[in-house]
Design a protein. Structure first.
Length: 212
């Protein structure tokens, strides 16, 4: 039997490599979107990370006819009512750089004493006929008053993680993966991956008889 294929709804080679490493030893072949040529983009207009991750995973599964995994993540700042949230990547406009987004966030937080924030990552695995498994990881922290550190990307320079005494941008990628929202969501998924594969087998076994 050929190994099961699970499509990662991403063209980011770093993410694909990371995920392959995570599930090495399992009987599954991980493919990124680049293995399939152009496919239409999913519309990410969900109200929360879970909705967006599910939309991306389901869209990819339906287009390709294979089970697919997608993640959606972002920064949730309490004092800003949960912003930037699902708009994390578009917080300062579509084309804005990380630098510009960070500056906008620091400006919004000027003089604010409650600086609590969390990075949230939701992973969804969907099969073409709809059902999905959801995994979530959170990392609590606070927003700094200035950017610190040169590693990472996105909001890493303004996200301070008290237990390590560093911003995400001051950590090595190993350090960050141990504590980050994505690291936690991935770990939760990895711990359940046997069950995930069983679930996929069961779902895909009933797939051909499904007329939706």
């Amino acid at each position: 039997m050929p190994p099961r294929v699970l499509v990662l709804a991403t063209r980011n080679p770093g993410k694909i490599k990371e995920f392959r490493g995570l599930v090495s030893g399992f009987d599954v072949e991980i493919k990124g979107l680049d293995s399939f040529g152009p496919i239409p983009h999913a519309v990410e207009d969900g109200r929360d990370f879970e909705e967006n991750a599910y939309k991306k995973a389901l869209h990819t599964a339906r287009v390709l006819g294979l089970p697919a995994l997608a993640d959606d993540s972002g920064l949730v700042v309490e004092a800003l009512g949960g912003e930037p949230g699902v708009h994390s990547a578009r917080y300062a406009g579509e084309e804005a750089s990380d630098q510009v987004r960070n500056q906008k966030l620091l400006k919004a937080m000027e003089g604010v004493t409650d600086r609590k924030a969390a990075f949230v990552c939701v992973i969804a695995i969907a099969v073409p006929q709809g059902p999905a498994l959801i995994y979530e990881g959170r990392c609590e922290g606070e927003i700094t008053v200035a950017m610190k550190g040169g590693n990472g990307f996105g909001y890493d320079p303004v996200f301070y993680h008290a237990p390590t005494g560093k911003t995400f941008a001051e950590m090595t990628s190993e350090e960050k993966n141990r504590v980050s929202h994505r690291g936690r969501a991935m770990l939760e998924l990895r711990n359940e991956f046997e069950k995930v594969l069983l679930w996929l087998d069961q779902r895909l076994a009933i797939e051909p008889h499904h007329h939706g």
